[in-house]
Ligand binder design. Structure first.
Ligand code: UDP
Ligand code: MG
Length: 320
């Protein structure tokens, strides 16, 4: 029987936690009765340095419910780091990450487990629609996914951090030494067998969003700058463009100066260097950017591959 670990990052979630624990407990019981998970399945609440009673509540819950485990981070590290801490620490053959506010439909967990049993290592929870989001959030979020994809960052459209990971994919994730975490971008890089489960997202069960615009923008920027040197490349492109344009300007200036003869004295000697230098400077910045981009990618020391399966030859010696 597979052991399931559910990882729940919590930041100031005192209002939502008791209900979350109650519903998760019903779910675990149900899954155990159906024979889909083992009796040693657990829920790991990760307190991300909350300033309210979150940690006391987690401690209380661990006494009420035998399957509840808790861990507390030394300070508020942000959702992504709290999630990673939980994933690295939790036990189980497969781990599911879910937000504490239960906006993500718990019913999808059964489908995730089925996909896992059928051989998937990573099962992405994908929202069917963004009906429960305000217009602004929906619009910015959907465009953000599109822009990321256009810049060559692999992301699963409308998938956040609701997903199942098998033990070996979690071990693979462990090898990424990234300080700037954007899990949505890293997980597709792991490979392995993947599957997708669709679900409806509802409103928070209690409390307020812990993702103000500031944190959301920071995460969005992280997604771009941790996975793509595209912005640096734009500078190179601009440099080429402006250099080319300035060549045209050279021709024009020479024509005004020598053919049309309308130039005010000193005009050409100002306009020419200005446009040429502008182009050359941007181009040089772009070149430096290219190298910086390389260094940046190198310093991450990302693992370059993971072995998914090996076939053993029956008797390797006998072939010699
Ligand atoms: N969270 C966290 N650390 C933070 C901010 C949020 O662990 O610094 C957790 C939060 O407790 C919740 C999840 O991340 O479980 C998602 O946050 P929230 O539901 O507030 O985001 P939203 O759904 O509004 O985007
Ligand atoms: Mg939420």
């Amino acid at each position: 029987m597979h052991t399931l670990g559910i990882v729940v990052p919590c930041y100031n979630e005192e209002a939502a936690l008791p209900e979350t624990a109650r519903r998760l407990s019903l779910l675990l019981e149900d899954m155990q009765n159906k024979g889909k998970i083992g009796a040693d399945s657990r829920v790991y609440f990760v307190d991300d340095g909350s300033s309210d009673a979150t940690w006391q509540i987690i401690c209380g819950l661990s006494e009420t419910y035998p399957f509840v485990r808790g861990m507390k981070l030394s300070r508020n590290q942000g959702h992504q780091s709290a999630l990673l801490a939980g994933l690295m620490h939790a036990r189980g053959d497969c781990l599911i990450s879910i937000d504490a506010d239960l906006q993500d439909d718990l019913a999808a967990i059964e489908s995730m487990l089925d996909a896992y049993a059928a051989g998937a290592d990573i099962v992405y929870g994908v929202r069917k629609s963004r009906k429960s989001d305000a217009f602004f959030k929906r619009w910015t979020a959907e465009w953000y996914y599109r822009i990321l994809a256009a810049m060559g960052v692999e992301v699963v459209f409308n998938h956040a951090d609701y997903r199942l990971m098998s033990r070996r994919s979690v071990d693979a994730l462990r090898e990424f030494g990234e300080v700037n975490l954007f899990l949505r971008g890293i997980i597709p890089k792991l490979g392995f067998n993947t599957a997708t489960v669709y679900y409806d997202r509802s409103e928070r069960i209690a409390g307020e969003s812990k993702y103000p615009l500031r944190k959301m923008l920071a995460l969005a920027l992280q997604g771009v700058t941790s996975f793509s040197v595209f912005p640096l490349r734009v500078i190179t492109f601009l440099g080429f463009l402006i250099s080319a344009i300035s060549l045209l300007v050279v021709g024009w200036v020479l024509w005004v100066r020598f053919v049309a003869g309308e130039a005010v004295p000193g005009w050409s000697s100002i306009v020419l260097p200005m446009s040429l230098l502008g182009g050359i400077q941007l181009l040089s910045l772009g070149v430096i950017g290219e190298y910086l981009g390389k260094i940046y990618m190198e310093t991450k020391q990302r693992p370059r591959y993971f072995i998914q399966e090996v076939v053993a030859r029956d008797n390797p010696e006998s072939e010699e």
